[in-house]
Write a protein that binds this ligand. Structure first.
Ligand code: NAD
Length: 399
């Protein structure tokens, strides 16, 4: 029988919800490319309820305990003596969400001799040292596509909020003002602008499709070229370098995974190639950007705005400079954990666990690492290596 350690974010400060704003969520059975949404044998939760916090337990307790397994759920994940660290010596599976990541560094993996699988309840497994997982033969799996469309909605929302200067204008209302000139001195229409995505995978392509009706000029770069028919349908300009894309665009969004090839791809040097006054939206991973270079670019006006929901490390320390930098529209890491998305990734996590315990293959598209090498989406979208360095700083949030 296995011990499963599940690291989840804390419940709401006023307690686990007793009721919800809406009675149901839409039923979605397929993603845009035809892939089916998760297909576990059963679920023990109500779709639309809060599942990603400690009391929600991703709806897993009944299933795991009725099969004789032990489930430990905690939010205590950072610092040398965290509950996560205490539970590692006999853990067989560790589950966490990128919003509140259990940083599975090589040191932690070494503390867990029985560890066989690390599951990301969501998308993006950079919080695991993938090299260490490969070296130990540990499987790393995630719920591919579960929240890609959720994130794309957040990207479009944040692009519009930056370009139209929404947050400062909202704040004038709260302050009791009617300061129209103050609101609009930084407000533009996105219509006619050049908008580009770094990566056109599930999220990046969805962003391009959502933006098409805004009558913007669409650009992308990726390791892979999109089919000619898609380029034609969306009237896309394809770029083969970051420099070429950023020189052409008024708004840039990052939608690639964090891996050794993409870490700090946005830095003082690459920011020089942006148009002055460009907007940057990053809901992919905080460490794609050099933290302090972003602050400098906003202060100098090289960037007119920066928004996103991803930080490094997470949770972001109280003194993280992105909390106070000018012209930002940051949220905590929430875009992929709407109640709608939670229902999909809780079901997907259950599907992965059922496959593991029933000794059936996990869907290839859910795999990041298997059999000592990158596999599935991991082989398509990642490069080998480790991107967890510096994650111990997350412990600073507690102090
Ligand atoms: P995906 O695998 O469908 O797409 C990733 C794309 O990135 C692929 O097309 C790949 O070719 C491209 N890519 C990889 N390395 C590249 C490079 N060096 N240069 C250019 N392109 C490169 O994944 P997805 O569903 O679109 O998700 C992408 C990432 O978004 C995830 O890995 C994760 O980090 C992030 N994400 C964030 C949230 C959130 O809540 N904020 C939720 C889901 C995913």
């Amino acid at each position: 029988m296995a011990k499963i350690v599940c690291v989840l974010y804390d419940d709401p400060v006023n307690g686990y919800p007793k009721s919800y704003a809406r009675d149901d969520i839409p039923k979605i059975t397929k993603y845009p490319d035809g892939q089916t949404t998760p297909t576990p044998q059963a679920i023990d939760f109500v779709p639309g309820h809060l599942l990603g916090s400690v009391s929600g337990e991703l709806g897993l307790r009944k299933y795991l305990e009725s099969n004789g397994h032990t489930l430990v759920v905690t939010s205590d994940k950072d610092g040398a003596n965290s509950r996560l660290d205490q539970e590692l010596p006999d853990a067989e599976i560790v589950i966490s969400q990128p919003f509140w990541p259990a940083y599975m560094t090589a040191e932690r993996i070494a503390k867990a001799p029985k560890l066989k699988m690390i599951v990301t309840a969501g998308i993006g497994s950079d919080h695991t040292d993938l090299q260490a997982a490969m070296d130990r033969g540990i499987t790393v799996a995630e719920v591919t596509y579960c929240n890609s469309n959720s994130v794309a909605e957040h990207v479009v929302m944040q692009m519009l909020s930056l370009v139209r200067n929404y947050i400062p204008s909202y704040n004038w209302v709260i302050k009791g003002g009617w300061n129209i000139a103050d609101c609009v001195e930084r407000s533009y229409d996105i219509e006619g602008m050049h908008v580009g995505t770094v990566a056109a995978g599930r999220i990046g392509l969805r962003v391009l499709r959502l933006l098409k009706p805004f009558d913007v000029h669409l650009h992308y770069m990726d390791r892979y070229k999109l089919p000619d028919a898609v380029e034609k349908e969306l009237n896309l300009t394809h770029h083969t370098s970051l420099e070429s894309l950023t020189k052409a665009c008024d708004v840039v969004t990052l939608n690639c995974p964090l891996h050794p090839e993409t870490e700090h791809m946005i830095n003082d040097k690459t920011l020089k190639n942006f148009k002055r006054g460009a907007y940057l939206v990053n809901t992919a991973r905080g460490k794609l950007c050099d933290r302090d270079a972003i602050v400098r670019a906003l202060e100098s006006g090289q960037l007119a705005g920066y928004a996103g929901d991803v930080w490094f490390p997470q949770p972001a320390p109280q003194d993280h400079p992105w909390r106070k930098m000018p012209h930002h529209g940051m949220t905590p890491h929430i875009s992929g954990t709407s109640l709608s998305a939670q229902a999909r990734y809780a079901a997907g996590t259950r599907e992965i666990l059922e496959c593991y315990f029933d000794k059936k293959p996990i869907r290839n598209e859910y795999l990041i690492v298997q059999g000592g090498k990158l596999a599935g989406v991991g082989a398509h979208s990642y490069s080998a290596g480790n991107a967890t360095s510096g994650s111990e700083e997350a412990a600073k949030f507690k102090r």
